[in-house]
Write a protein that binds this ligand. Structure first.
Ligand SMILES: [Zn+2]
Length: 367
């Protein structure tokens, strides 16, 4: 096994950060330029393994969702190691680490033309979408993995548990029928859930399955390929998502093991029992805060804070933004803080959707 040269651990993952990893890959890995992004950055396909079962996976279709890419930086060396000969003989993995390199550079969800590539699967207006579809048509994969990241506001069901991982077997039609391809995707998701649920009790969610053929997963499953949407979510106090990255690595391993052992026994009922994502989390709730809203003072309030992610100096900064206030907020929080009594005379000027300006409060709720 060769040594992993790149252990990048940052949420901000521009294309240049992948160079050491790409340079470290052995000659057995095929690298092919598929074309260019809107801003003329290359989009590269890595191919590993020599098996007949073909899996196409792409990450950072949304440029600011880097956790799955970093998990692939762990998964690819593992797959290439001598101990995984059997997998290498079973699978051919076609991997696009960054489908949206411009978005990865700018730390944006959208591509450089301002288009959400996961809403462009029918019209294919963008070069990145055209590249993905042409490689799909060329490879004719047996499975597709559509790799994404999820914001901290998602819970798994409504039990007050954060969604650390979420999955979707996309619908192939408006009736959300369980087609043969969709069923396979569901069964694999159940296998993954069973493998990880002890480590992530109640923290695995199921994404909304409303049919939208503009979404790539829905399109590919409609075309008959079992496709799984992965959403890398939040683990408390893990804003760089290094823990989520490790769980994703386990997901990928479980997926290969399940396919190679033909483990498709799980029922779709078990898939539907996975709690559906809800949006009821904020990053922080601070209690004991005196706030001023439009000239009125309110004592002893709870204030909900959501971080806005902003790239700066090669890092992602987490900027605290005011979301809600109230005596008792009906929200879950990843962290609850009590504003110190010795600072109680401080007043927070509350404006929904605005960054906190007051230095005492800003530093208090910084990561
Ligand atoms: Zn996404």
């Amino acid at each position: 096994m060769y040594i992993i040269l790149n252990m990048t651990t940052k949420r901000y993952l521009p294309p240049s950060a992948l160079h050491p990893f790409l340079d470290s890959l052995p000659d057995t890995v095929s690298k092919r330029n598929l074309g260019k992004s809107v801003n003329a950055l290359p989009i590269q396909l890595l191919t590993v393994g020599e098996g007949s079962c073909k899996i196409l996976m792409w990450s950072q279709m949304h440029g600011n969702e880097s956790t799955t890419t970093r998990a692939l930086l762990d998964f690819i060396p593992w797959f290439l190691s001598t101990s995984q000969k059997q997998h290498q003989n079973t699978f051919t993995l076609s991997i696009i680490l960054q489908l949206n390199p411009d978005g990865a550079n700018a730390y944006t969800r959208l591509n450089a033309a301002g288009v959400d590539l996961n809403r462009d699967a029918i019209n294919l207006t963008q070069p990145e979408s055209q590249i993905l579809h042409s490689v799909y048509n060329e490879i004719k994969p047996d499975y597709c993995l559509n790799l994404h990241g999820q914001r901290t506001l998602f819970s798994a069901g409504k039990m007050g548990k954060t969604a650390s991982l979420s999955f979707l077997a996309p619908s192939a039609d408006p009736e959300r029928s369980v087609t043969p391809s969709r069923k396979k995707a569901m069964q694999l998701i159940v296998a993954i859930k069973r493998q990880l649920e002890q480590e992530l009790p109640g923290q695995i969610g199921r994404y909304d399955d409303a049919f939208n053929p503009n979404c790539v997963g829905d399109r590919f499953i409609q075309l008959g390929t079992p496709t799984i949407l992965f959403e890398a979510g939040h683990v408390p106090n893990d804003y760089q998502r290094e823990k989520t990255r490790k769980y994703l690595f386990k997901c990928f391993k479980t997926l290969l093991n399940s396919i190679s052992s033909n483990n498709f026994d799980h029922t779709t009922k078990e898939y539907f029992e996975i709690p559906e994502n809800a949006k009821d989390f904020v990053d922080i709730i601070i209690s004991g805060v005196t706030i001023e809203v439009k000239g009125s003072i309110y004592l002893n309030q709870e204030v909900a804070i959501q971080y806005r992610e902003q790239p700066k100096g090669g890092e992602v900064q987490f900027i605290p933004v005011m979301e809600e206030y109230g005596l008792k907020l009906p929200l879950n929080a990843h962290k609850r803080l009590v504003f110190p009594k010795n600072k109680i005379e401080k007043t927070l000027l509350f404006e929904k959707g605005k960054t906190i300006q007051n230095e005492d409060f800003y530093s208090f709720c910084s990561i």
